[in-house]
Design a protein around this ligand. Structure first.
Ligand code: SF4
Length: 357
């Protein structure tokens, strides 16, 4: 049995590696918390490659928190189109308005005040304030969890509250006093590029001499799997937005993850109570209006169950499809990778007129 490395020994080799091998992103090195906040919100539930395509156009459109606060929700949603999970954009927009109303347009430096903004949890507080102001605040996301679980041989599943507490404690203990912002970014980069979920490249890792998982031959076991076998029930809305010429909009899903790169109707997460509002929000993004609620589509994946409330809307005539979007005619559906769940939703939306073959 090996002993855990002293927490303070992690920073030096990791920071030296970061200087050589850290990733370059347009938000790195910025000291203005607003663009860092935008980058963090964009990257929630979004691959870095995708987020990079949206970050600069979004900031060009909304260069300051004041400009974002003054924008209409439709403008913000239009800029967000294709990124999905529109609640993120609505939270960011509402947060910008609060910053202007309550804090005179200055993103708060106080972690508690910052954490009161919608959609800003402990991770996001740490990410923004450590990067912008070098505040010594930890972060804990999937990458950080993986690195810490392996280096310190944390055995329990990270979704258990006690294990999560232990990991937050470690994330704080390893933080150096002088460069916490760089350190947080370094550990995220290590998790994303070296200490990967499968096949970590331990030979090129700056922490290999400290890592307990390597010493005990346990890298493949850690972090312990979360309760993945349990079916996760998710409630969604999907909206068939149709133009005057009959074409309707489909969006391509991200290149990894569930239904990677397949096409679907514009959708968002929302339970039954919030479904109508979420559908209206999506329709608003196309300057459109809802026409009908078209029923509920149930679809089971291996460990996931989607309940999708389908709506139909008219709109989008002045809306130009983004890089991951396409206005399609029914006859063109065969040219696209269309998963069953999307086909069911389209059928439900069009059922009053015709059925897909
Ligand atoms: S030595 Fe291997 S398992 Fe340990 S932190 Fe580095 S990449 Fe991850």
């Amino acid at each position: 049995m090996t002993c855990a490395p002293p927490a303070e020994t992690v920073a030096a080799p990791l920071l030296a590696w970061y200087e050589r091998s850290g990733r370059q992103f347009p938000w790195r090195g910025l000291r203005d918390p607003y663009p860092i906040w935008v980058s963090e919100v964009i990257l929630q539930q979004t691959r870095v490659e995708t987020g990079l395509r949206y970050f600069e156009p979004f900031l060009a459109r909304f260069p300051t928190v004041q400009v974002l606060a003054a924008a209409s929700e439709a403008e913000v949603l239009a800029a967000w189109s294709g990124l999905g999970f529109y609640r993120r954009a609505r939270n960011l927009h509402a947060g910008a308005r609060l910053v202007v109303e309550r804090f005179g347009g200055e993103v708060p430096r106080d972690p508690e005040l910052l954490g009161e903004l919608p959609g800003v949890g402990r991770y996001t507080v740490g990410a923004i304030l450590s990067a912008a102001f070098n505040q010594r605040l930890p972060i804990l996301d999937g990458n950080v969890i993986r690195v810490l679980s392996r280096v310190f041989l944390v055995e329990g599943a990270p979704d258990r509250a006690a294990v999560k507490r232990e990991l937050w404690g470690l994330a704080e203990a390893v933080l150096p006093h002088d460069r916490p912002g760089d350190f947080n970014q370094a550990v995220m980069d290590l998790g994303a590029t070296v200490c990967t979920p499968t096949g970590p490249r331990c030979g090129g890792c700056p922490l290999v001499d400290l890592c307990r998982a390597v010493a005990e031959g346990r890298t493949a076991d850690l972090p312990a799997p979360t309760k993945r076998a349990k079916v996760v029930f998710e409630q969604r809305v999907a909206v068939l937005v149709q133009r005057e010429d009959g074409r309707f909009l489909l969006r391509q899903r991200p290149p990894s993850g569930l239904l990677a790169s397949l096409w679907e109707l514009p959708a968002d997460e929302a339970d039954e109570d919030a479904a109508q509002q979420a559908a209206e929000d999506i329709a608003d993004g196309f300057a459109g209006g809802l026409l009908a609620a078209c029923g509920v589509v149930e679809h089971r994946f291996s460990h996931r169950h989607w309940t999708t409330r389908v709506f139909r809307a008219r709109g989008g005539d002045g809306y130009e499809a983004g890089p991951l979007e396409r206005w399609v005619a029914l006859a063109e559906l065969g040219e696209l990778g269309l998963p069953t769940v999307s086909r069911k939703a389209i059928e439900a939306a069009l059922a009053a007129q015709l059925r897909l073959i």
